[in-house]
Design a protein around this ligand. Structure first.
Ligand SMILES: O=C(CO)[C@@H](O)[C@H](O)COP(=O)(O)O
Ligand SMILES: [Co+2]
Length: 232
């Protein structure tokens, strides 16, 4: 499928969130980093802001929950209008039950792995998911350097997705820029979160197009992974 570029609102001006969301309306999804100051040492926004953002833009919301107890809170983000909800496996008490609940409520279910969390123990969970997020920085802050030691994990995850014949998107998040996106795409990622590389650019909408072009050039084609570019 075509590479998807999801600008992270974390790097936007929080005093002008609606305008910042509109500034990237050519993007595939708007990535919304929810942090609770417990799972990660940073605090951002919650359900009411997600609800307001959903009304401010036509771009679907990709909510990345860096919070404790996602089993309790994730369904509320679906109700608030998120089209995709990502929980961290390190924080979830019952990931399969949670993924099923997110799907049943009508959103795409996604699971994230911190850099030190391997994919192999979760191979059997993959059919329960619409997307797997491999973090390429330690979660908590935008603007960090890309961890290229995550590339083998991206490759391995893509292999497991292929082995099971799944239509699962593979997202990377953290330090994704014009300097790193091609390596991520070559390793098998097809959904790219970019915060500082988009909102730090003079023209954020143009930055989205440029990142997408680089990712697609790296894989040589659209439709490489043979799965749908639309929602579930
Ligand atoms: O989830 C996170 C950080 O924890 C990310 O979504 C960042 O917001 C990405 O920002 P950049 O690394 O692209 O600046
Ligand atoms: Co994120």
């Amino acid at each position: 499928m075509a590479a998807q570029i999801n600008p992270s609102i974390l790097s936007a001006d929080f005093a002008r969130l609606a305008d910042e969301a509109k500034a990237v309306e050519g993007a595939d999804w708007l990535h919304v980093d929810v942090m609770d100051n417990h799972f990660v040492p940073n605090l951002t926004l919650g359900v009411p802001v997600v609800e307001a953002l959903g009304k401010a833009t036509d771009t679907p919301l990709d909510c990345h929950l860096m919070i404790e107890d996602p089993d309790r809170w994730a369904p509320q983000y679906v109700e608030a209008g998120a089209g995709s909800v990502t929980f961290h496996v390190e924080a979830a008490a019952a990931p399969v039950r949670l993924a099923r609940e997110i799907r049943a409520k009508g959103a795409r279910a996604s699971m994230a792995l911190k850099p030190a969390t391997p994919i192999e123990p979760y191979e059997d969970l993959l059919p329960e998911l619409d997307m797997l997020l491999v973090m390429t920085v330690e979660p908590g802050f935008g603007g960090q350097a890309f961890l290229d030691i995550m590339l083998p994990k991206i490759r391995r995850t893509r292999e497991l997705i292929a082995k099971h014949g799944l239509e699962l998107w593979l997202q990377v998040d953290g330090g994704v820029s014009a300097a790193t996106i091609e390596r991520c795409a070559e390793a098998g990622a097809d959904v790219f979160v970019a915060g500082s590389a988009v909102y730090g650019a003079e023209d954020p909408a143009k930055a989205v197009q440029e990142l997408r072009a680089l990712a697609e050039k790296a894989t040589g084609t659209t439709g490489l992974c043979g799965h749908s570019a639309t929602g579930r």
